[in-house]
Design a protein around this ligand. Structure first.
Ligand SMILES: *[C@@H]1O[C@H](CO)[C@@H](O)[C@H](O)[C@H]1NC(C)=O
Ligand SMILES: *[C@@H]1O[C@H](CO)[C@@H](O)[C@H](O)[C@H]1NC(C)=O
Ligand SMILES: *[C@@H]1O[C@H](CO)[C@@H](O)[C@H](O)[C@H]1NC(C)=O
Ligand SMILES: *[C@@H]1O[C@H](CO)[C@@H](O)[C@H](O)[C@H]1NC(C)=O
Ligand SMILES: *[C@@H]1O[C@H](CO)[C@@H](O)[C@H](O)[C@H]1NC(C)=O
Ligand SMILES: *[C@@H]1O[C@H](CO)[C@@H](O)[C@H](O)[C@H]1NC(C)=O
Ligand SMILES: CC(=O)N[C@H]1CO[C@H](CO)[C@@H](O)[C@@H]1O
Ligand SMILES: [Fe+2]
Length: 586
């Protein structure tokens, strides 16, 4: 077989013939030259082409096209049975119109869940969603669990983004504290969606562009303080407003946060991993252990951008029909996020990001509960342990890392022609390499599935609190009487509710639960392990066992005597490693 044919074969079927001799790092200059011939063949056929669906460069060339086609075919093969479940749930929901009683009150939106979505979400919405959804603590703890990427602690030296009068702050907090004092105490947090104001809008759907304060209360709870709309009369709402007004304010914030989380996740997970993997394909031999690892972690990766374009961004698809910002606007928003900093590799490292946002080791009191951090860190630590064992089984020292021309070429390629942002400029040490690989594993799993996949249908997109848009303009005065009027109607010319559900349930992946596609099996793949060594196989088994144990803990979670779980009035299970996939999904 010529090297060109074998490279093509590899890229087409994604398997490797290497079990007999195993993965190796380059064994000296002569070996590097031998491997270089096949790498050069790949480089000639796997090229950088223009972005698809926004963000960084996307594969082109004969091998690039072949890889995209293979990923799409694989993705479609796997999701076909999922699509059948979605269709069954949709059909049932469509024929249950009477059940919803017209959806003309706020509470009637809960009827959308009675006996519905059983195929796509067998366990139903997260416990607490259908009972505790109006609580302020529910709203605020979502910022620390299922939507943890928009909030930050305001540094004590900040200027206050907006003022809330002292008597109101005092009423909300039940203390004599002013906003300035909360800031000085390091207890004031902020989320800012004002960037959404400027983008092209869809017709008949509306949104504010909220920014909001949260604070740590005297009792140590993380709670909302105020929400400002930044459109029209630029009203500032707080929990001491009338119930309907304050509820709508939380919904308006949720609309912005939903749009943010979904656009952000494309830039922050899919696109960062995509460009890193493209650079790796063009620099690492297929004999390299890191190539094999990345091949595993990037399962179906290149399928997502074309799917995102055709299902989310194309005219008349998801963004145009559901969201306040058009598909074209949303795609450009993703690209702007990516190049504004979200696309930066090292800056997004798990703890680096949380420290930068003052959510851990912050300048102020510690958050009493932080479900995303607590539970992602269990998985993150286990991934790091695997990576350490894996890397140490191939590199005996930092010098061996420094002396591997292929991984150094990967770093140079990423920072050169791939134009990746914030990727390590070189690999100096075992630790540095472990950090980078752990980060890729983190992005494709703990980050992605905490905001997407099953998380949407089970909590982040649940009604009545989380519509994708408002269906009436943002109010210009307080004193509204019906929140339901702002929510998606049951019957409109576009069957809004059911279109919304069809889209959201399509991101749920019930068939992955308890299968070898689950996160527990991230490294336990016969194909990947075939070419590896004993240390790697042991580490893969240890990871899987740790994930099974963690899953049992998550499944055993209940509400405590205060009706809370990890400080929240809902039980967040999105990161159960027996249910979440080991790779990125649409
Ligand atoms: C493992 O490698 C052997 C030898 O190269 C090959 O015959 C076999 O098909 C591989 N198995 C898997 C699961 O990839
Ligand atoms: C691969 O290509 C590079 C750059 O064109 C060249 O310097 C190198 O000699 C080539 N390696 C082999 C083994 O052909
Ligand atoms: C990107 O940054 C600029 C400058 O800070 C800001 O005006 C813009 O809203 C940002 N874009 C997004 C999508 O956040
Ligand atoms: C999609 O809509 C945009 C904005 O309305 C328009 O400029 C563009 O031509 C449309 N594209 C197609 C393929 O119809
Ligand atoms: C997976 O298996 C466990 C233990 O057998 C079971 O409790 C759980 O409900 C299963 N999950 C799904 C979604 O089938
Ligand atoms: C949240 O809902 C559950 C039932 O779903 C209930 O047991 C619990 O007490 C509620 N928590 C609070 C704080 O109301
Ligand atoms: C209930 C549960 O599993 N929560 C865990 C989240 O992660 C932290 C940190 O590992 C554990 O202490 C919690 O028990
Ligand atoms: Fe996704």
């Amino acid at each position: 077989m010529t090297s060109s044919a074998s490279a093509t074969l590899f890229l087409l079927c994604g398997t490797w013939f290497g079990g007999a001799w195993g993965y190796t790092i380059p064994q000296g200059p002569a070996d590097a030259v031998r491997r270089g011939a096949a790498i050069n063949t790949t480089r000639a056929g796997f090229l950088y082409g223009p972005a698809v669906a926004g963000g960084p460069l996307y594969p082109s060339g004969i091998l690039g096209q072949a890889k995209i086609a293979a990923d799409i075919e694989n993705e479609q093969l796997e999701t076909t049975p999922n699509t059948v479940l979605v269709a069954e749930d949709k059909a049932r929901a469509s024929s249950s119109a009477e059940q919803y009683q017209g959806l003309d009150t706020f509470e009637e939106y809960l009827l959308l869940y009675q006996g519905q979505w059983a195929k796509t979400l067998p366990k139903g919405p997260a416990p607490g969603v259908l009972t505790n959804y109006t609580q302020d603590l529910f709203f605020s703890m979502e910022r620390l669990a299922n939507s943890a990427f928009s909030v930050r602690r305001l540094p004590r030296s900040s200027e206050l983004p907006f003022q809330v009068e002292y008597p109101i702050v005092s009423m909300v907090t039940g203390s004599s504290l002013s906003l300035q004092k909360l800031l000085q105490d390091g207890r004031l947090f902020y989320a800012d969606h004002r960037a959404q104001a400027a983008w092209p809008k869809t017709t008949n759907k509306f949104a504010a562009a909220c920014d909001a304060y949260f604070y740590i209360s005297k009792r140590g709870q993380f709670l909302p303080l105020a929400i400002r709309t930044n459109v029209g009369s630029n009203l500032i709402y707080t929990p001491v407003d009338e119930h309907a007004d304050w509820t709508l304010a939380k919904i308006m914030f949720n609309v912005n946060d939903f749009f943010f989380a979904q656009t952000w996740h494309l830039a922050a997970t899919h696109e960062i991993v995509q460009i890193a993997w493209m650079a790796a394909i063009r620099t690492l031999s297929i004999e390299h252990p890191i190539y094999a690892l990345l091949d595993r972690l990037t399962y179906q990766l290149f399928a997502i951008q074309p799917l995102a374009q055709s299902f989310l961004f194309d005219n008349g698809t998801a963004f145009d029909t559901l969201f306040p910002i058009t598909g074209t606007g949303a795609r450009n928003f993703v690209t702007e996020l990516y190049f504004n900093g979200t696309g930066a590799f090292k800056e997004g490292y798990f703890e680096t990001d949380l420290k930068k946002r003052g959510l851990i080791h912050g300048d102020g009191p510690k958050l009493a509960h932080f479900p995303y951090y607590e539970n992602a860190s269990t998985i993150h630590n286990a991934m790091r342990s695997f990576m350490r064992a894996f890397i140490k089984s191939f590199y005996k020292s930092d010098r061996a890392v420094q002396g591997d021309p292929e991984i150094q070429a990967w770093a140079a390629e990423a920072n050169g022609p791939a134009k990746a942002i914030g990727f390590p400029s070189k690999f100096d040490s075992i630790d540095g390499l472990v950090d980078a690989l752990t980060h890729i594993a983190h992005l494709v799993s703990t980050v992605h599935h905490s905001v997407n996949t099953n998380n949407l249908l089970s909590i982040s997109a649940t009604l009545p609190m989380h519509p994708a848009s408002l269906y009436k303009p943002v109010p210009t005065a307080k004193g509204i009487t019906s929140v339901a009027q702002y929510l998606p109607p049951l019957f409109d010319p576009f069957k809004t509710i059911l279109v919304a559900f069809a889209d959201i349930i399509s991101s749920a992946r019930p068939l992955i639960a308890n299968s070898t596609r689950s996160l527990s099996y991230m490294f336990d793949s016969p194909t990947f392990l075939n070419g590896s060594n004993r240390e790697t196989r042991t580490a893969a088994t240890n990871f899987k066992e740790a994930m099974f144990a963690f899953s049992r803990r998550i499944q055993g979670r209940t509400f405590d005597k205060d009706g809370l779980s990890q400080g929240a009035p809902f039980i967040w299970r999105a990161l159960d490693p027996t249910e979440a996939p080991f790779s990125l999904t649409i």
